[in-house]
Design a protein around this ligand. Structure first.
Ligand code: ADP
Ligand code: MG
Length: 569
């Protein structure tokens, strides 16, 4: 290890030279209260910024703030945000070309989740961040680099990486909020609930592009009948609406807040920041949003419980297409979610294929069953719960046919929920419909076995794994479109999924073909639980930056949409 001052002499020496001379900076430097590691130096000022780390041995964060996995995730998230705030306060205006002077850490948005950029242990606090080494044109700006590395960076480290320099009550709130959310999520299963929306939650967002709470929104208030009390981590009771297992309909007039409620439930699989308004909107971790997604690819999915003998296809027990229709894509999305282990499906009529959701009495009479390949979801929804234990939450303002099937009916009325289960039941009794259940045979599907050699992480000789925004995953020569995978919230998750696919390809090539999709997802979850996100890093990318933990359902979603991926059944 070199002394901190040595950075100054190196920079003096290479000042004004060609950019490549920055490579001389690689290595580690002792700055007294922290060590700086310059692991990777960018090739030119326009390339992705250089990768740096600091290690702080005497961070003095109390052990109890990170004594278990839950707290550790929350504290690390807090520190990443404090570091980001430090950057924002201290880096004013960039000088130079390309990415010169960019200093950034992979800070989350509204969701608090496990990420690779901060790692704390009693021994050391490690922070991973990026710096665009400054240049004028392609010439090294030595003095600017010196300022950033030897003045600005130590200030940021000092204000964000030592417990004594941070607001203790705010840290406690951050950690406690996360722990409460986890604690409530654990109770859902015991209480037979799929989701909980605490009273006084603020569900709507500021705009379609801002995840911040909508100012002056109507606060959520649970109807008495379905109000439950759950416990926070330190034993306080919170009241709110409990959505029970089974089939739940969310009805109500247009613009009364149905989709807003469902979206909050979708994202309730994550824990939100204090002040988000949805901190105590908690959903079971296995919830998967199901929607129509025409144009997607499907690889050997057994959709026969929903689609049989469409014209020109025949057997649908291993249905493949490069260009799915609305209804077949929705059927495949369901089967794939169940295959990955979900027992909780979320639907919104706004994003569903109508002919997949319903087929009413009149249509049954006009278009004979033998001319309709689709078994609508309404004919499976009850069976899925009773036979498979799969619950459904469904926003449906446009058709009352589902009343018969629903265990709970919630009506959104001026953004407030009302329990209208009894009314819906009475109406179903008073106005019987004569539509026939058309499901041929019991619900079932075949398991698939991924073929790892069909996942190709190399483009030519180069390993290529990355994300472009949240919804584009890059692997080898291919891009995977994840724009309809709505529970993916960060590009760092997308990047982590590309790494996960790489591990999948690498770890299974010689295994026998009995390995199922569920097996590989179980293995990945287990490895990440045991070894953290660093497990995902390919060789040569130790200490990976900018990874956030993806759920298994989103990993499966990417595998299923990767156009080269082959499966056996
Ligand atoms: P629906 O799905 O019933 O048609 P949406 O959920 O799309 O309705 O909501 C319609 C509009 O109302 C959206 O602009 C949303 O932001 C707003 N909104 C939803 N819930 C609330 C609330 N609790 N307070 C204020 N505005 C809300
Ligand atoms: Mg809607």
């Amino acid at each position: 290890m070199k002394l901190g001052e040595e950075i100054i002499s190196i920079l003096n020496r290479i000042d004004g030279r060609g950019y490549k001379a920055y490579l001389d900076l690689k290595g580690s430097y002792d700055f007294n209260y922290f060590t700086l590691f310059i692991d990777h130096v960018q090739r030119d000022p326009f390339a992705s910024p250089s990768l740096l780390r600091v290690e702080i041995p005497d961070h003095s964060f109390p052990r109890e703030l990170y004594q278990n996995k839950t707290r550790k995730i929350a504290l690390e998230d807090y520190i990443s945000r404090a570091f980001a705030e430090g950057i924002e306060k201290r880096v004013k205006g960039r000088k130079g070309s390309g990415k010169s002077g960019i200093l950034r850490i992979d800070q989350g948005r509204q969701e608090v989740m496990e990420r690779s950029c901060v790692n704390i242990s009693p021994r050391v606090l490690e922070i991973r961040f990026e710096l665009g080494l400054p240049a004028r044109g392609r010439r090294i700006m030595g003095s600017e680099a010196q300022k950033l590395l030897t003045r600005v960076l130590p200030e940021i480290v000092s204000c964000s990486c030592f417990y004594g320099n941070l607001p203790a009550p705010e840290i406690a709130r951050h950690v406690q909020g996360y722990e409460d959310a986890e604690h409530i999520r654990q109770q859902l299963v015991k209480e037979g609930l799929v989701a909980f929306i605490a009273n006084d939650s603020i569900l709507p967002r500021e705009s379609g592009i801002s995840p911040k709470p909508l100012p002056r929104a109507v606060a959520f208030k649970s109807p008495d009948k379905i109000t439950v009390s759950l416990e926070t981590a330190d034993g306080n009771l919170v009241q709110g609406m409990g959505i029970p297992e089974g089939v739940t309909l969310i009805v109500g007039g247009g613009y009364h807040g149905k989709s807003t409620l469902l979206q909050a439930v979708e994202l309730g699989v994550y824990n939100q920041l204090p002040g988000d308004g949805r901190e105590l909107v908690i959903t079971r971790e296995d919830a998967v949003k199901i929607r129509a997604e025409d144009g997607r690819r499907i690889e050997k999915v057994d959709v026969s419980s929903f689609i049989h003998h469409p014209p020109g296809v025949g057997d649908t027990t291993d249905f493949s297409t490069e260009n799915a229709s609305g209804s077949t894509s929705q059927a495949a999305n369901i089967i794939e979610a169940l295959e990955a282990g979900s027992k909780l499906l979320l639907f919104d009529e706004d994003t569903s294929a109508t002919n997949f959701m319903i087929r009413d009495e009149r249509m049954q009479r006009l278009v004979n069953k033998d001319k309709e390949p689709i078994t609508p979801f309404i004919d499976r929804v009850g069976e899925l719960y009773h036979d498979q234990g799969v619950s459904t939450v469904l926003v449906m303002g446009g058709s009352g046919d589902y009343f018969q099937e629903a265990d709970t009916v919630i009506m959104m009325d001026h953004y407030q929920p009302r329990d209208v289960t009894m009314d819906a039941r009475n109406i179903a009794r008073e106005m019987p419909i004569n539509r026939k259940t058309e499901a041929p045979g019991k619900f079932h599907y075949q398991k698939r076995h991924p073929r790892p050699e069909s996942i190709q992480p190399y483009k030519g000789q180069r390993l290529k794994l990355d994300s472009r925004g949240i919804s584009t995953l890059i692997i080898g020569a291919l891009m995977v479109d994840l724009s309809s995978v709505e529970q993916l919230v960060e590009s760092s998750q997308t990047r982590a999924i590309s790494y996960a696919l790489y591990q999948l390809a690498r770890n299974y090539p010689h295994r026998n073909s009995s390995v199922t999709v569920k097996n590989v997802l179980d293995d990945l979850d287990e490895e990440i639980n045991r070894n953290g996100l660093d497990y995902l890093a390919p060789p040569g990318r130790k200490n990976p930056h900018n990874l956030a933990r993806p759920r298994r359902y989103e990993i499966a979603a990417a595998l299923n949409r990767l156009r080269s991926c082959k499966m056996n059944i």
